[in-house]
Structure formats: structure tokens, C-alpha cells
Design a protein around this ligand. Structure first.
Ligand code: TYD
Length: 213
């Protein structure tokens, strides 16, 4: 494709996957990307916190070092700023799709809902870091926190700072996600994550086709 042809490509779509730890969202990202690629589109899959060299270093700190809730929120948004600048915006601008494992809805759910960060501060950070930019579609994997905790425990691995939190924390995170989904009903589509993986895959395909493809 020539440079002038590529300049005419429409802006890519920005899709995010969200949900409490153990909801199973990450395992469906590759399938979603394959569906989009099957339509002849370029897709980049990435994650937050992370997605850049600096962001991945911040992720290590965020997942394993104790810190004040505002430090945590600021570092989440610092990693996001870098991610938007270096990865997400350039990809969307040249017509590629971006599928991101978590974005600012996660900060709202975890740092505001879970940890109690003032919602006004969250809104200021969100506006500062990405202004009017929001995902074109967010798939929220919803699951009772008791089931999610059982799934995580069954994996038998070391848990990060968030996974180690008590059940009440995860329930608050879940409720904050649902509240955000109600406030942005056009953008955030809830998927019942308490069903067979094959059924979830079909629901994801249906949502992508209906709202984006
Ligand atoms: P995730 O990659 O989903 O975890 P895993 O590697 O176990 O699949 O996310 C890492 C953790 O970061 C998750 O517990 C949620 C937390 N998080 C926040 O608290 N706020 C945020 O803004 C983001 C993006 C993630």
C-alpha cells in the first residue's frame, strides 16, 4: 500500500476488556483479535498497566510494592500517558485496531471503587491524560467476586497485591464497574462471565460485529 493510500485509512477502533481479577477476560483477547484480523484489519493487542517498556516497569511496582492509593492512581495514569503516546494513539491514527486488556475503567473500579480514591480526583486525571478519548467499545466481564476468587485460588500461583485483597475489596471493584457500565451504557457492554468459554466467545464476536465491524 502506498503512503497516500495508507493515509486515507479510517482511524482504527479502540476496544478494551475489563473485569475483576479472575473474570477470565484475558484469555479471550487473542480470539477477539483473530476475528478482527480475519476481516483484513491490522490489530494490536496490549495491556495496562504496561504496554511500553516504561509501563511494564511501572506495572512491576504497581503489582508488588505497597503504596498510597493516590500514588497508585497517579502511576496507573502515568503508565497510561506513555502507552497512549507511544502505542495506542499512533496505531489508531494509522488505521490499526487496538485491543487493550484494561484501561481507565479499571482505575475507576480499583482505585476509586476498591480503594476509595476521591472520584473527583479520578475524573481530573482521566481528563488530563486522555481528554475526550474513550474506547469505542468496552467488554466488561462480570462475575460474582466469590466465584472469581475460587478461580484464582484454583490456579495455585503467587498472587499480586490486587489479587491478595479481601473479598470485600473485589466486590466493591465489581460494583464500581457495574456503576460505570450504567453511566456509559452505549460504550460498555456487560458479558456474564459465569458461563462456558465457548458461549462467551460467541457473545464477544456478536458484540464486535454489532458495534464495531
Ligand atoms: P491484569 O493484567 O488484569 O492482571 P493479570 O496479569 O493477573 O491478568 O491487571 C493487573 C492488575 O492491575 C489487576 O489486579 C487490576 C489492577 N489495575 C488497577 O488496579 N488499576 C488500573 O488502572 C489497571 C489498569 C489495573
Amino acid at each position: 500500500m502506498s503512503a497516500s493510500q495508507s493515509e486515507r485509512r479510517p482511524r482504527g477502533k479502540f476496544i478494551t476488556f475489563e473485569g475483576i481479577d479472575g473474570a477470565g477476560k484475558s484469555s479471550h483477547i487473542a480470539g477477539a483479535a483473530a476475528l478482527v484480523r480475519g476481516r483484513g484489519l491490522n490489530v494490536l493487542t496490549t495491556r495496562e498497566p504496561g504496554g511500553t517498556a516504561l509501563g511494564e516497569r511501572l506495572r512491576e511496582l504497581l503489582l508488588h510494592e505497597a503504596m498510597h492509593v493516590e500514588t497508585e492512581a497517579l502511576l496507573m495514569f502515568a503508565a497510561r500517558r506513555e502507552h497512549l503516546e507511544r502505542v495506542i494513539e499512533p496505531a489508531l491514527a494509522c488505521g490499526d485496531w487496538v485491543i487493550c486488556d484494561r484501561f481507565s475503567d479499571a482505575t475507576y473500579a480499583y482505585q476509586s471503587g476498591g480503594r476509595g480514591l476521591d472520584k473527583t480526583k479520578f475524573a481530573q486525571l482521566e481528563n488530563w491524560v486522555h481528554g475526550q478519548l474513550q474506547p469505542d467499545l468496552t467488554l466488561l466481564f462480570d462475575l460474582p467476586s466469590s466465584i472469581a476468587s475460587q478461580r484464582i485460588a484454583a490456579q495455585g500461583r503467587d498472587l499480586d497485591r490486587f489479587e491478595q485483597e479481601r473479598a470485600e475489596f473485589h466486590e466493591r471493584v465489581r460494583l464500581a464497574y457495574l456503576e460505570r457500565a450504567t453511566a456509559a451504557a452505549q460504550r460498555i457492554r456487560c458479558i456474564d462471565a459465569n458461563q462456558a468459554s465457548e458461549k462467551i466467545k460467541i457473545l464477544i464476536q456478536e458484540a464486535l460485529i454489532k458495534y464495531c465491524l
